[in-house]
Structures are given as structure tokens and as C-alpha cells.
Unconditional design. Structure first.
Length: 130
């Protein structure tokens, strides 16, 4: 059980770091301009800078929510839905701007599986609080 708890904690922090890096560095600080180009392609160029920063702030908030472990199962479901929706939209509407093009869907699928495994399979249900 100690090893499972350690893996759970490790995966929790890894997913939080993914959201933090994408939100803070890629979007808020605009260190990866491709993200704003994707937002412009999907939502239009007029407010793409502001929308990209807002999305980045929401991703930072997601990282904080993950770390707090408040309603962790609800959080995990929210992550799974958001990752699926974002990646499907990007694949359909901005595939040429994606870092790994069509492979992004596979990577997103792996992340979804890791989040699902961490929250719904790794620990006994009594240790996970909805």
C-alpha cells in the first residue's frame, strides 16, 4: 500500500506539473507562440492573446486543484473531459500547428489513461474521496 500511495502521489504531482507548464509557460508567458496560433485558429484571431492567457490561467488553476486533492475524482473526470475535448478540437481544426500532429491524440489518450488509472484504479475506493 505504501508503494501504491507513493505512485499515486508521484502521478498526482506529474499531472499538476503538466497543467502548470502548459498554463504558465506555454500560454500566460507565451513561451510557445504556437498555442496562441491554435487558439486563433479555433476561436478567431481578434481576442486570441487574451483567450490564450485566460486558458493558461485556467490551466494553472487546474494544477492547484490537483495539488489540493479537493474532490479528486471530480477533478480527474474534469481533466479527462478537458484533455479529450481540447485534443479532439485541435486535431480537427489545427492539426498542422500541433507539435506532434496526429500523434498528439495518442499522447493525450495515454495521459487520460494515466489519470484514470491513478484516480480510479490505483488505490482502494475507500481511500479516494469524491
Amino acid at each position: 500500500m505504501v508503494i501504491q500511495r507513493g505512485l499515486y502521489n508521484f502521478l498526482t504531482y506529474c499531472t499538476a506539473v503538466i497543467w502548470l507548464i502548459n498554463g504558465l509557460f506555454c500560454k500566460v508567458l507565451n513561451m510557445v507562440p504556437r498555442h496562441e496560433q491554435i487558439v486563433a485558429r479555433i476561436l478567431g484571431p481578434t481576442y486570441s492573446n487574451d483567450l490564450t492567457k485566460a486558458i493558461g490561467l485556467a490551466e494553472i488553476a487546474m494544477a492547484i486543484w490537483i495539488i489540493t486533492r479537493f474532490k479528486s475524482r471530480v477533478n480527474s473526470l474534469a481533466q479527462i473531459i478537458l484533455i479529450a475535448l481540447m485534443n479532439i478540437l485541435e486535431f480537427l481544426l489545427a492539426r498542422d500547428l500541433l507539435l506532434f500532429h496526429g500523434t498528439n491524440l495518442i499522447l493525450a489518450g495515454i495521459l487520460i489513461l494515466v489519470i484514470y488509472y491513478k484516480e480510479f484504479m490505483l488505490l482502494k475506493p475507500s481511500t479516494n474521496i469524491l
